[in-house]
Design a protein around this ligand. Structure first.
Ligand code: ADP
Length: 325
């Protein structure tokens, strides 16, 4: 018989559409297996402040279709220090919580593994971030919805751009990760994509726009990932104007990409991950994560999911360049 009787779930870092589906799956799988399930509000910050409450089957009714997270999320600098994690562990032990499920990104996973190493609390990570930038998993909850939101927006921008023969720079989310920019670029037939930290070849962008105009294109779209330095789109706009006398409009999509109803893909994978996370706890896993590999949700060691290098699969850049002539 499993020793586990009480589990808790929290969301941490940036919110992503589909987190609610994962919470629902954790709660219903846990209760279905005879466990008591607790929700922790506002991530690690809420944990340190003891914002823990029991969740029932009905607590997660009618949330599967909603973006955001009913548990809310936060960033918590205090948890990055050993003292903060010690308070968190004391609170979990006080509530007799036997295992913690953390839905979040790379930073949240780093915190979870430290909580486990320092205080022996079993932790399971569920990858939830729109950036699709966690090691060891091909997919993170929220990516599909964020891409859909951006694609729909760019399609609308293309309509107006075509009508006025305009160039648009559309800024999408992705501080370090090129994933949203690349997928949106391919799916909207963008002429150029700017990805974080990559060298920007303004001469090539100007040539591409010029070539498009010569062959009768009525618009040009440049998708720019936001990167870590604010204002990338306006920098590109200024460079194109100063160096090549090219006028471009800027549209920053911002948080609109995070909101809205999760797509069926996000709902399905989040449900599978929530369910698998509870199974992993019951099996006695101590520091694992749910991952998506080869089209399936499975369990892997949490340490495999911590980003070792800031490297991304850029093979789609070639596809985009080939198709955007
Ligand atoms: P994400 O989980 O989406 O990557 P963040 O990087 O903001 O988002 O991390 C979310 C929270 O996880 C942070 O506010 C902090 O509480 C915790 N965290 C992040 N990095 C670490 C770390 N190296 N050690 C301990 N806790 C961390």
């Amino acid at each position: 018989m499993s020793e586990i009787k009480k589990i808790a779930v929290l969301c941490s870092g940036g919110d992503s559409p589909g987190m609610n589906c994962a919470i629902r799956a954790v709660v219903r799988s846990g209760i279905g297996a005879g466990l008591e399930v607790f929700g922790i509000q506002k991530g690690y910050a809420g944990l340190i402040e003891g914002e823990i409450h029991p969740l029932q089957v009905s607590s997660v009714g009618n949330i599967i279709q909603h973006g955001g997270t009913i548990l809310q999320t936060s960033r918590c600098p205090e948890f990055q220090k050993p003292e903060g994690r010690k308070i968190a562990a004391t609170i979990l032990k006080k509530h007799k919580i036997d295992a913690l499920i953390v839905i979040g990104g790379d930073g949240s996973f780093n915190g979870a593994i430290l909580l486990h190493q320092e205080h022996q609390i079993p932790v399971i990570g569920i990858p939830g971030t729109i950036d699709n930038d966690i090691d060891g998993t091909d997919y993170t909850i929220g990516f599909d919805t964020a891409v859909l939101n951006a694609v729909e927006a760019v399609d609308k921008i293309r309509d107006t751009a075509n009508s006025h023969a305009r160039t648009f720079i559309v800024e999408v989310m992705g501080r370090k990760s090129p994933a949203i920019a690349l997928k949106v670029g391919i799916c909207t037939g963008a002429e150029n994509v700017i990805i974080p930290t990559a060298h920007i070849d303004y001469g090539k962008i100007a040539n591409d726009i010029d070539r498009g105009i010569k062959r009768g294109k009525t618009s040009s779209i440049i998708i720019a990932a936001e990167g870590e330095v604010e204002g990338i789109s306006h920098t590109i706009q200024k460079e194109l104007k100063d160096r090549f006398k090219l006028q471009a409009h800027v549209c920053i999509l911002g948080h609109i990409q995070r909101g809205g109803n999760p797509t069926p893909t996000d709902r399905l994978i989040a449900s599978q991950m929530g369910y698998q996370s509870v199974k992993a706890i019951l099996k006695g896993d101590h520091a694992s994560a749910t991952v998506f590999r080869n089209g399936k949700v499975m369990i892997a060691p949490l340490k495999e999911c911590l980003r070792k290098k800031n490297e991304f699969d850029l093979s789609d850049v070639e596809l985009l360049t080939t198709l955007s002539i």
